[in-house]
Design a protein around this ligand. Structure first.
Ligand code: FES
Ligand code: FES
Length: 166
């Protein structure tokens, strides 16, 4: 099988795979980055969302051969030696999950959202997370968590908080 060179979470990986394999399978099986979840496998649930070149992508629908040199970011790449990412902190403090299966996809999509819209309204969050299914029904707490993370990120950016993370 061919070897693909991927940039995942800032690290270069040499991964053996068929070119048609979904990025999701390569992340979970070859790279052992199992934080990204398999839900429907058909682009309908959002559990498999990662960032490719900073944009949310349903990794069950993207073949590894389509990734090329674009950087891939998964939930494993968010925390640093300084601590959790503000979104992770906020999801914890708001208990914005129950089983947690949808959470990595929700957080990665929210990271892209905050990069585009630093101060999103509840409606903007709901619109951007449409297509992300939470079977535990924690949607209201997810919206609150994203708004809390947005405030924390803005405070960090303006120098009123701790060091900015990823
Ligand atoms: S597993 Fe990819 S969208 Fe459901
Ligand atoms: S927390 Fe269980 S699916 Fe969202």
């Amino acid at each position: 099988m061919p070897i693909f060179t991927l940039n995942i979470n800032g690290r270069v990986w040499e991964l053996e795979s068929s070119g048609q394999a979904p990025l999701l399978d390569v992340l979970r099986d070859a790279a052992q980055l199992t934080g990204t979840k398999y839900g429907c496998g058909e682009g309908l649930c959002g559990a498999c969302t990662v960032l490719v070149a900073g944009k949310p992508v349903k990794s069950c629908l993207m073949a590894i051969s389509e990734v090329g040199e674009q950087p891939v970011e998964t939930i494993e790449g968010l925390a640093t030696a300084r601590g959790l990412h503000p979104l992770q902190e906020a999801f914890l403090s708001h208990a914005a999950f129950q089983c947690g299966y949808c959470t990595p996809g929700m957080i990665m999509a929210s990271k892209a959202l905050l990069a585009d819209i630093p101060n999103p309204t509840a409606q903007q969050i709901e619109e951007r997370l449409e297509g992300h299914i939470c079977r535990c029904g924690t949607y209201p707490r997810i919206v609150e968590a994203v708004q809390t993370a947005a405030r924390a990120t803005r405070a960090e950016s303006s120098g009123n908080g701790g060091p900015r993370r990823g």
